[in-house]
Design a protein around this ligand. Sequence first.
Ligand code: UDX
Length: 457
Amino acid sequence: MKIAVVGCGYVGLVTGVVLADLGNEVVCVDSHQEKLDKLRKGIPTIYEPGLEELLQRTLADGCLRISDSIEDATLQSEIVFIAVGTPASEDGTPDLSAVQEVAEEIGRAIVRKAAPEPSPPAPSPYPSASLGIGGGGADRHTVVVNKSTVPVGSGDLVESILRQQGAPPEAFDVVSNPEFLREGSAIHDSLRPDRIIIGARRREAANKLVELYAPLERPMHITDPNSAELIKYASNAFLATKISYINAIGRICELAGADVGDVAKGVGADQRIGHQFLQAGLGWGGSCFPKDVQGLVSTAEKLGYDFRLLREAAAINDAQTERFVERLEQSLGGFGGKRIGVLGLAFKPNTDDIREAKSLAILRAILDRGGSVAAYDPVASPHVEKLFPDVCYVDSPYDAAAGADALVLVTEWNEFKQIDLARIAAAMRGRLLFDGRRVYSRQLAERAGLEYHTIGS
Ligand code: UDX
C-alpha cells in the first residue's frame, strides 16, 4: 500500500519504518530540516533498539522515503497517518494545534487529489473516475488516520477541518488508530501489539486498515472513533493507576515491616491481576502516562465528571519522588556541601527520553538545596546536560560513586544490576545507597558495607 506518515517523532518514525519493512511504500514527513537530513542519512533522531538497522534497510530498498511535503505525500498515498505531538497545555488538556495544522494541509491536498482531471487527460497517476473507497476510485480516496493520542472527539474535529478546507466528504474517511508502543521496545511492540484498535464510522474505511495490518496477524478491534480514542487514554490511565496502587501498598509495607516485592509477586500471581506494571519504585514518568492521566482527568472534568481516582493516582505518583528526596536529605543531614552520585537519568531503561523523568525532579531538589551531583546514564546525559549544566556527567557508575556521600539509583538500566557493590562502596566517601527502583538486595548492599534505603520495604 502507499502510505504517508506525518510527524517523525517516536510514534511516526517507528510506525513508518515498520510499515515500510512490511513491504508498503511509505513516505515519512516532517517539517524540521535537521531531522530530515539525519533521517535521510539513516541516522535515527531517537534512541530505540533496532530502529537504526530498520531505517537503513528500508531506505536502501526504496520502501521508505523522507519528505518535507505533506501535500506530495497525501497526493500519492491512500492512507495518511497523523502522528504529530499532542503535548499537554497548561490546563492539562492536550494541545492539538499540530494536529489541526497538519489536518488543514492534508485537507487542501485532498481537494487537489479529488479534483476532476483536466481534459484532455494527461497521463494520470489517479486513473479512476469515482472517489469512493472500495469503488473504482480508490486511488483518489484518502483514509486519514489519527495515530496521535488525542481526546475524545478529535476524529470529528479532523473531519470538520478537512471539510472546511473543501475536501468532498466522499473523498476521505477519518479513522482513529491509537498506538500502544512503549519506548525501549517500540519495534517489537509495533510488530506484535496485543491488539490493534480501529475506530471508524464506515466499515470500508476500517477494512483498509485491516488489510494494512493483516500481515501482523494480531487481534483487531473495530469500533467507533470516540471509543477508539478513549481506549488509548483508559489503557494508559489504568496502567498508571496500577503502578500508583502498588506504590501505595509499598508505603504500607514500609510502615508494616512487609516487602512490596513479595506482596506484588503474590498479588500478580492472580491471573486477573497479572504481574506486569506492579514494579514499585519512584513512580511513572515519560511522555505518555503523566500527559494521558492529566488529559483524561481534564476530559472527564469538561464532560462533568470529577475523576477523583485518577487525580489520586497522580498525587501518589508525585509523592513517591518527593518522599524519596526527603528521606535522602534527612539521612545526609541536609544537601549542603554534599556530593550525590546519580545512576540513570532517562525516564526508564533503554531510551534516551527524559520527558517527565524522575531524575529531573531529583536533580533540581539536590542542586536547589546546596548539593552537587555526578550523574551517569548510558545514553541520556546529553539531553539532561542542556537543562542542568552544573551537574558533572561521568562515564561509568563507579565514576558517579567516586567521592559521593550518597549514591542514588533512579533508572534501572541493566548494567546497574551487574554492578560491583564492593567497588562502589570503596569509591564512595559516604555509605548511603538509595535504590529508587528496588534493583539491589538489602543483604548484598549491606555485605558490601553500604547503608541500604529503598522504596516499599
Ligand atoms: C506507555 C505505555 O505502556 C504504552 O502502551 C503507550 O503507548 C505509551 O506509554 P512508555 O511511556 O514508553 O509506554 O513506558 P512504560 O514501559 O509503559 O513505562 C511508563 C512509566 O511507568 C515509566 O516511568 C516506568 O518507569 C514506570 N513503571 C512501569 C513503573 O514504575 N512500574 C512498573 O511496574 C512499570
